[in-house]
Design a protein. Structure first.
Length: 116
């Protein structure tokens, strides 16, 4: 059974940092592009960042570019999101998935709350 388990969320003050992890199990994701998405209250889920399966190339949404860093450890089947200089508008539930996402493997996500 394929599972994605996000962790590392919490409450952080604006300007602070947080590090998220996504542990995958049930499948080897080393040949997949992996991404982080987020969903704020009352809004649709949106793309945050992706690490491509070829050469680990990374791409970011304009709203997080220069502040967030995505990385992966294929040996651990884990994807990370380092969040620096967070803003109140980064408050959301954060999810990982393949890119494009596979609809049947969404995890529970991890809540990130940024206070002013």
């Amino acid at each position: 059974q394929v599972q994605l388990a996000e962790s590392g969320g919490g409450l952080v003050q604006a300007g602070g940092s947080l590090s998220l992890s996504c542990a995958a199990s049930g499948r080897d994701f080393s040949s997949y592009s992996m991404a982080w998405f987020r969903q704020a209250p009352g809004k649709e889920r949106e793309f945050v960042a992706v690490v491509r399966w070829i050469a680990d190339r990374t791409e970011y949404s304009d709203s997080v570019k220069g502040r967030f860093t995505i990385s992966r450890d294929t040996a651990k089947n884990t994807v990370y999101l380092q969040m620096d200089d967070v803003r109140t508008e980064d408050t959301a539930v954060y999810y990982c998935n393949t890119n494009p996402p596979l609809p049947t493997i969404w995890g529970q996500g991890t809540q990130v709350t940024v206070s002013s």
